[in-house]
Write a protein that binds this ligand. Structure first.
Ligand code: CU1
Length: 136
């Protein structure tokens, strides 16, 4: 009986230790997941990835599919300034969702960390629409 009690006590301890470890792991992992941005603005128009031309008041590739981490670079070839403003999907409401205005010849690159469907417009011309599908 004493032995059984010792075993039960040992089991309880191990479960407590395991539960404690899981809680500690969750505490270490969860805040970093919560902090991760669904997308990033990449400076300096990197090599590779996908390209979208902005011209004639439109995103010339209105729908595009990329993998997580694969950059998309928009180039404005229109005489009018435009931007890329993520309005729906995982980036909705993000402080960097509204991209800077791009003059003719300017480039803007985004990289996505979170899979999903991102819909965007040009802020001053919301009839200009685009969709980005990010696959895991
Ligand atoms: Cu525009």
């Amino acid at each position: 009986m004493k032995t059984a009690a010792l075993i039960a006590s040992a089991r309880l301890d191990r479960r407590t230790v395991l539960a404690g470890g899981a809680t500690l792991a969750a505490a270490l992992i969860l805040p970093s997941v919560a902090r991760a941005d669904p997308f990033e603005v990449v400076e300096g128009a990197p090599e590779g990835g996908k390209a979208i031309t902005i011209d004639k008041m439109a995103f010339q590739t209105p729908e595009i599919t990329v993998k997580v981490g694969e950059p998309i670079t928009w180039t404005n070839e229109d005489g009018m300034a435009h931007n890329v403003h993520l309005r729906q999907g995982p980036a909705k409401g993000h402080p960097k969702a509204q991209g800077k205005m791009l003059n003719k010849g300017d480039k803007y690159t985004l990289k996505f960390n979170e899979p999903g469907t991102y819909k965007y417009v040009c802020t001053p011309h919301p009839m200009m629409k685009g969709t980005i599908i990010v696959e895991a």
